[in-house]
Ligand binder design. Structure first.
Ligand code: RB5
Length: 149
């Protein structure tokens, strides 16, 4: 069980309000949100925000990352370019649970134009409460890791 309670949060301009709602939600559960912005709704570029969050997870500074953009897709693609990152886009709680249990995902991406706030918070809860099952899944995650080399 990890003692690192830090979760980095980032988004593009589309998802600032939902990102802040998630930060408040996870703080109430004892997690330590590390919100790296942006803070204004001025149009910005999701790749740099996904990459910045992913670096904090890959370095071990943060245990998990939660990132958001309009669809969740673009920022997920950027995050997954960082070695050691396993990030999935989730629009349902089943997937959010499974990317932890089977894929040992360390980042979650959500599309603010896809899901409402209530479902987004449930997705976050499913992701953060699930545990990696290891076993045959560990073999497969190791196979993903070798693709980085
Ligand atoms: C921004 O308009 C939008 O393209 C972005 O939020 C995201 O959906 C990209 O994947």
């Amino acid at each position: 069980m990890t003692t690192n309670k830090r979760i980095v949060l980032s988004s593009d301009h589309a998802a600032i309000e939902l990102r802040q709602a998630i930060a408040t939600h996870i703080a109430a559960q004892g997690w330590e949100p590390v919100d790296i912005g942006p803070v204004t709704t001025e149009s910005t570029h999701y790749p740099m925000h996904g990459h910045a969050a992913a670096k904090l997870v890959a370095s071990g500074d943060c245990r998990f990352g939660i990132i958001l953009c309009g669809t969740g897709q673009g920022i997920m693609m950027a995050a997954n370019k960082v070695t050691g990152i396993r990030c999935g886009v989730c629009s349902d709680t089943f997937s959010a649970r499974m990317i932890r249990q089977h894929n040992d995902a360390n980042m979650l991406s959500i599309g603010v134009r896809v899901v409402g706030e209530g479902l987004a918070l449930d997705i976050v809860d499913a992701f953060l409460t699930a545990q990696f099952e290891g076993g045959r899944h560990a073999t497969r995650v190791e196979m993903i890791e070798t693709l980085d080399q």
